[in-house]
Design a protein around this ligand. Structure first.
Ligand code: AP5
Length: 208
């Protein structure tokens, strides 16, 4: 399948958790704007430092910064046959800019109600070496890696509420935008990680 896939959904919906399965099935590289921004923060670049203020406050980073990052990433060789976007686009202007530089063939939307999101995000832990995602209750990490687990600075209850507000105000309208273009596939994300994975696989096999 040519073209790119967008993995869409609220913060903590399980986009990062499910992305690996889609990468395996499609061979398309995962392009996560959240991961790219966290890498820039870690490097301490001026862009990273400016983005950090928005991220820590649970606000979206300005569109022009994100669009610049994506334009640069899509120049790389592995992006020629399309990619799996994770966490991008997140505003209508981002989607409009993407339309000018790449073809989106489908948008997989993982739907999770707000009341399930807070528990997922506050309990998230990440392996600082591999980036693997765990949850203290829903997907506990193996005991042998417990000393390298980290919690993202924006994974506090207070910041999650701001992230959800930003999602509803700026990102959720994109579901209609993509639905009007016949590209939106909805997945029930309010189920176990494995069940959601099965639904994601079924959706991907329909579009391959
Ligand atoms: P980003 O990193 O993209 O964060 P997000 O969209 O808020 O998404 P998350 O990474 O929090 O969640 P996820 O859906 O990947 O869930 P996960 O699989 O980890 O963005 C961070 C910030 O960067 C933004 O706030 C913004 O400031 C900025 N930014 C990024 N992209 C931007 C853009 N395009 N424009 C502007 N700003 C941008 O799962 C969450 C937890 O739940 C885990 O612990 C997991 O184990 C658990 N879990 C997963 N699935 C299930 C399940 N089915 N049942 C129970 N638990 C589950």
């Amino acid at each position: 399948m040519t073209g790119s896939i967008v993995l869409f959904g609220p913060p903590g919906a399980g986009k990062g958790t499910q992305a690996g399965r889609i990468v395996e099935l499609t061979g398309k590289p995962q392009v996560s704007t959240g991961d790219m921004l966290r890498a820039a923060v870690k490097l301490g670049s001026p862009m990273g430092m400016a983005a950090k203020e928005f991220m820590d406050a649970g606000l979206l980073v300005p569109d022009e910064v994100i669009i610049g990052l994506i334009q640069e990433r899509l120049q790389e060789d592995d992006a020629k046959q399309g990619v799996l976007f994770d966490g991008f686009p997140r505003t209508i202007p981002q989607a409009e800019s993407l339309d000018k530089i790449a073809t989106v063939s489908s948008v997989i939307s993982i739907e999770v109600p707000d009341d399930a999101i807070v528990e997922r995000i506050v309990g998230r832990r990440m392996d600082s070496e591999t980036g693997d995602i765990y949850h203290v209750k829903f997907n506990p990490a193996p005991a042998e890696i417990s000393d390298r687990l980290i919690q993202r600075p924006d994974d506090t209850e207070e910041t999650v509420r701001s992230r959800l507000e930003a999602y509803h105000a700026q990102t959720a309208p994109l579901a209609d935008w993509y639905s009007e273009r016949g590209l939106l596939i909805k997945i029930d994300g309010n189920a176990s990680i494995n069940k959601v994975g099965d639904s994601v696989e079924a959706a991907v096999s329909r579009i391959l």
